[in-house]
Design a protein around this ligand. Sequence first.
Ligand SMILES: [Zn+2]
Length: 270
Amino acid sequence: MIAWLETAALTLFPACCIICGQRYRSGDFQDLCPACVAQLPFRRQTERHMQVLSPAMTRQLSATDYFQARNIRASVFFHYRSDLPRLVRGLKFHQHPEYALPLGQLMAQRLALDIQTEKLTFDMGGPATWLLLPIPLSERRMAERGYNQAELLARPLSHRLGFELRTDILFRHRSTERQSEMEGTDRLMNVNGAFKVNTQCLRQRKVLLLDDVLSSGSTLYSAARTVLAAGAAQVHCLALSSPRRDISDWTPENRHDRHLPDSAGGLAVI
Ligand SMILES: [Zn+2]
């Protein structure tokens, strides 16, 4: 009945694609026509999983931090090219919150595929036992923008896969400079200690952190360290898009070569 109503509604009121601007009558994603979906720069399944902090940044850490950083990983769904930069900038800087729903739906579809094909496995209770925490904005930036794009991207993932989406656990401690305007280790210094958490909610919990773009990885890495320090049992990161190409840095083979603890926890990347 609902599908029939949706079809009828699309016939009467065709959707408008956020990329090409054309009207279209059927598609799997909100406000994205099938032709534009087909042109998006999806990362292949073998390109989706990487260490969260870039290898260059990781090498500058102390020995202890180095091994922890090597073990915090991210799943990323798009290359940062083609239409993605324009969509991300529209979402973040030009008041287009409506871009988040189709992009989040696409992330959810790919993540569901990774789980289904066991590229990513959630044991010990399945996705519903994981908390999904969008990277928060500072109060100042939230007031400027009016919405948190990471939270909007997270909603379709929670809806489709059953993660518990929470926005009352992870907060910005202080305003940080725009990461996109900084370079290298400045990014790490900028977000070091930038987050605070509601500790009671995290003890022994499994946590997924979500951000829009993974560049150096310093923001997600800093948030991951904060939730681990607050008692989280496991953490894994999700990002819509990344320009990085260091996926080969993290494979099952070199994981053992480097004597890393095999503690992806309940979430194994294959
Ligand atoms: Zn289109």
